[in-house]
Design a protein around this ligand. Sequence first.
Ligand code: ARG
Length: 262
Amino acid sequence: MSTLTVIMSPPDHFAIEYSINPWMNTENKVHPEHARREWEALKATYERFGASVALISPVQGLPDLVFTTDHGKFLRGKFYAARFRYKERQKEQDVVLPWYRAHGYEVIEPPANLYMEGGDIQVNSDKIFVGYGYRTGEETVSYLAKETGMEAIPLHLVDDTFYHLDTCFLPLGDAAFYYPTAFNPESIKKLRTHFTTLIPLTSAEAERFAGNSVELDEYVLCQPNPSFEQKLIDLGKTPMTLEMHEFNKSGGGLHCLSQIMT
Ligand code: ARG
């Protein structure tokens, strides 16, 4: 794990200032110290695994900048930049893309009129799974396949509570967890062809952001969630739990806070 780099952004200005998903209620105040503690615990966990954590400086007026996974996706060593659906988050790219360039990464900007958010893109066994419907557009599937030469599989998201693929889908090699009502039937059929073990999440598990877990070696970082933890153990994984309650208020969890460089 010593080569792992995770890009994060401290929660100094994290707040619920607008609502662009059903989790976000502007009356629901973020507790700044709790948010800071949860975020620091996640960062410390990566560092304990030998990862190097690089930080994008927080910016006032960009409360969702903390969700670094959404800014783009590393594919074949290049950073494919996102284009956010909502103007509230589009401004983040003015800060983020210069940061990636300044740190020596090759940044590929998306073509005009294409929406793509990193939270909708998951890579497993050299295949790209693309969630579309709420944030990312279906056209992104062929764009990524063409650009990278990788197989790209479209998955149609149909439940706005699970608006990003990383809120309802967790691939772990030959097995994957998914929340059935978040996908249309066609997409579930497709998932069956790509995984030997496909494990449904209950609504209680999904609402605790089980889909937003992160695999690190034989460990899976996840929010405390006893039934899901048991499912991980049954799969031969070791759950390591971290509470992310403050970030859940924004519709995010620990995967959203982590841009993992591959
Ligand atoms: N409030 C943020 C938004 O709605 C949360 C993003 C969470 N990111 C994720 N990959 N699920 O855009």
